[in-house]
Write a protein that binds this ligand. Structure first.
Ligand SMILES: [Zn+2]
Length: 118
């Protein structure tokens, strides 16, 4: 592997990652919406490239598992950003309703302010 040119190694690593993730075609790199079984091979939709001899059902499951993991990671980022914003003064200035809707959060924010963490 180390004798191969760097660009070939990189392409192989990318193809391997895509194969593991199951979200992109391993031939052309286009995003896959689902895999279909034709005989013993599976094909990626919408590009139509052959993905080799693997079960389309398993590939579809793997794709969804990857997407779920990505969605969970995105949700965590969104949650962190939202929490940071809610801890800021401007959030409470813009939306006074926050005080009545999230009394526990306001208590935390006030405590953080008193402790000098904000
Ligand atoms: Zn393709």
């Amino acid at each position: 592997m180390s004798d191969l040119p760097p660009e070939v190694q990189e392409a192989a690593a990318t193809a391997l990652k895509r194969m593991i993730a199951g979200t992109h075609c391993i031939q052309c790199g286009q995003e896959v919406t689902h895999f279909v079984q034709v005989g013993r091979s599976s094909y990626a939709e919408p590009c139509g490239c052959r993905q080799g001899q693997m079960k389309a059902a398993a590939a579809n499951t793997r794709r969804l598992e990857t997407l779920l993991k990505q969605a969970q990671a995105e949700r965590q980022v969104l949650y962190n950003e939202l929490y940071s914003w809610l801890m800021s003064e401007s959030a409470w200035e813009i939306c006074d309703e926050l005080r009545t809707r999230f009394p526990a959060l306001e208590a935390v924010r006030q405590k953080e302010q008193e402790d000098g963490n904000l």
